[in-house]
Design a protein around this ligand. Structure first.
Ligand code: FES
Length: 155
């Protein structure tokens, strides 16, 4: 099935079986490897991307259903001039990643949160990221990083 996806501001025409998950299209067809394959069943959040600014588990949604949406992957989080997003800087500053496999999904979920709620409370951050799993136990650093980014963005 051939269709067009808009990813990170660019239109891409892809031709894949109709039930192909977005994650596979991003990684295998478009070479965008920011979103990670963790569980493959919508449970871990490693594959999180943004669809019209809200977080989406790309492993469980067929790409063919997403024509017309503005999709953003980790690669699209940077500014047009290549500068890292304040969330990326804050995650580095707080040393939020250990193995870092979850971090792309955490960043995208955090971006969706800050878009909706620019100054979230700690409890709101924890709730928003509750379904993004980190097996290293970096949650406290991740929460601090999101608070740091929110403060930076508020300046
Ligand atoms: Fe998609 Fe785990 S890989 S939620």
């Amino acid at each position: 099935m051939s269709f067009t996806l808009k990813v990170n501001g660019r239109a891409h025409t892809v031709d894949v079986p109709e039930d192909t998950p977005l994650l596979y299209v991003l990684r295998d067809e478009l070479g965008l490897n920011g979103a990670k394959y963790g569980c493959g069943v919508g449970q871990c959040g490693a594959c999180t991307v943004l669809s019209n600014g809200t977080s989406l588990r790309s492993c469980v949604v067929p790409a063919a259903r997403l024509g017309g949406r503005e999709l953003t992957t980790l690669e699209g989080l940077r500014a047009p001039d290549g500068a890292p997003h304040p969330l990326q800087k804050a995650f580095l500053a707080e040393q939020a990643g250990q193995c870092a496999y979850c971090i792309p999904g955490m960043l995208m979920a955090a971006a969706a949160l800050l878009r909706e709620k620019p100054r979230p409370s700690e409890a709101e951050i924890r709730t928003a990221l509750d379904a993004n799993l980190c097996r290293c136990g970096s949650h406290n650093r991740i929460v601090r990083a999101i608070q740091r980014a929110a403060a930076e963005l508020a300046k």
